[in-house]
Ligand binder design. Structure first.
Ligand code: DLL
Length: 455
């Protein structure tokens, strides 16, 4: 497989091990480790020359900058302040002169302040948790919804999905971009979609047995929970119909990939995205190489920066990923700082560049069962309760397969003992309803939480 020249040792091992189930559908022959690249399933731009890709990026970048400068007060203000104008962009490198966008700007412009089209032209909004309890709101025009469906259909083709296959969509439907994003992409490609959403694990296993899906869209940690349920029901996961799992929305390692692939005898494919940039679909692994996610550079312009100085780093160096949207109409983003740490690698299965598996975040966000949780959100809820002191610890642990959190918080000195368990129940309720995760809460005596020694 010449395309594998750039694959690292771990991903090569994953490939060689592969799945033993035959995957034979029109236009695709995947038998064991024989992952024949399928040119017919690739759009021309995916394998275009670097020059062609850069030329398209420059055109689209000019359009995007002019569009936000004209239609979003925030961008006009920050461009003017930085002394840059969209006309200053003559080359792709000139983008470095433009200011970054961070979650703080999204929060300050909550809910619709960063939209570049009138609210009436939004066809849909999604939202994800923000750092201070205010969610991050993103909007899509009709054209954006179409573009997004095309991009996700492309991701699915790269992951080995083909029209006519049946897919169980276990990403959550709702404000989260995962469920509906994958749903529309799957319909665009011509898959049969089963919109199960997340949760009710017993039913997930039953539906896999009854409907015999070829594909599952799911977070990797939830797929492990589904695996446990297979075992609890004494059903052989390797005998399941599943051939492809498109896993994403949270970090996962190649070791976890190996475990999933061995357990189910399927191909586990990584896919990455974030609401602010579009949702899922920013990048995806190609099934024939499994060597990191190919960034769809005709829609998203990637940079990697030093998180401390903001300086752009050369390809191959680890830093914070920054994306600029190139085709989004309702809510373009300019140099959005993801906080995700990774590095840009050359293309292998496609001419577009890849990103290494995300290796961490430069901030303190936890992802609990797919829900983004910031310590500051919990702190905010604690501080709303007069019985509770602002001294707390969040314990993050893994129960079997799934992440769980416990919040240990101090009661204020003047609060009667019998109020402690009540305040714990109240806080647990607020965390569930406002942050969206289940947390165990224990209220302890004043001084019961160890003070931080440093920062
Ligand atoms: O998680 C979008 C998505 C849905 C991607 C379904 C893939 C599949 P957010 O909820 O805004 O959007 O969370 C975005 O999740 O900044 C990363 O920290 C993390 N993340 C997403 N995909 C991956 C991945 C969706 N494949 C945040 N590997 C991002 C590691 C990921 N981290």
């Amino acid at each position: 497989l010449p395309l594998l020249a750039g694959a690292d040792r771990q991903s090569r091992a994953a490939l060689e091990r592969g799945a033993t189930k035959d995957l034979t559908v029109p236009g695709l022959v995947l038998k064991g480790a024989d992952l024949t690249p399928r040119r017919e399933a690739i759009e021309r731009i995916e394998i275009a020359s670097r020059d062609e890709i850069s030329a398209l990026q420059l055109d689209r970048l000019k359009w995007t900058l002019a569009h936000v400068y004209r239609n979003v007060a925030h961008y006009k203000r920050v461009f003017d302040k930085a002394g840059v104008h969209p006309d200053d962009l003559k080359t792709l490198e000139d983008l470095r002169r433009f200011p970054f966008t961070t979650k703080a700007e999204l929060r300050d412009n909550y809910p619709f302040g960063l939209m570049a089209v009138p609210r009436e032209q939004l066809l849909r909004v999604h939202a994800s948790s923000g750092t201070t309890g205010k969610p991050t709101v993103v909007g899509y025009s009709r054209r954006d919804i179409e573009t997004w469906a095309d991009i996700i259909a492309r991701c699915m083709r790269a992951a080995g999905c083909r029209p006519g296959m049946l897919a169980q969509n276990s990403y959550g439907y709702g404000l989260f971009t995962g469920g509906l994003g994958f749903h529309h992409g799957a319909e665009r490609l011509g898959l049969t979609v089963v919109p199960v959403s997340g949760g009710m694990t017993e039913r997930q296993v039953k539906l896999i047995g009854d409907f015999k899906p070829d594909i599952i869209f799911v977070t990797p940690s939830y797929l492990l929970a589904i695996l446990d349920e297979f075992r609890a029901q004494k059903v052989d996961p390797r005998a399941s119909s599943l051939k492809i799992a498109m896993c994403g929305a949270e970090p996962w390692t190649n070791a976890m990939r190996a475990e999933i692939e061995d357990a189910f005898d399927l191909h586990a494919i990584d896919n990455y995205g974030l609401s602010e940039v579009i949702g899922p679909g920013v990048s995806v692994e190609c099934i024939e190489s499994k060597d990191g996610c190919t960034i769809w550079e005709d829609h998203f312009y990637p940079e990697v920066i030093d998180p401390a100085t903001g300086a752009v780093l050369p390809d191959g160096e680890v830093g914070e990923l920054v994306f600029t949207s190139l085709t989004k109409e309702a809510m373009p983003v300019i140099r959005y700082r993801t906080r995700d740490l990774s590095r840009i690698l050359p293309g292998t299965a496609r001419s577009m560049r890849r990103m290494e598996k995300v290796i961490g975040r430069s901030d303190d966000m936890m992802i609990i069962r797919g829900v983004n949780v910031f310590p500051s959100q919990i702190e905010e809820l604690i501080l709303k309760d007069e019985r509770l002191a602002p001294h707390f610890v969040i314990e993050l642990r893994r129960d079997e397969r799934l992440d769980a959190i416990k919040v240990i918080v101090e009661a204020r000195a003047d609060v009667a003992d019998e109020e402690w368990p009540k305040s714990a129940r109240t806080l647990a309720h607020h965390i569930k309803s406002q942050v969206g995760v289940t947390a165990e809460v224990e209220t302890v005596k004043p001084g019961g939480v160890e003070r931080s020694a440093g920062k």
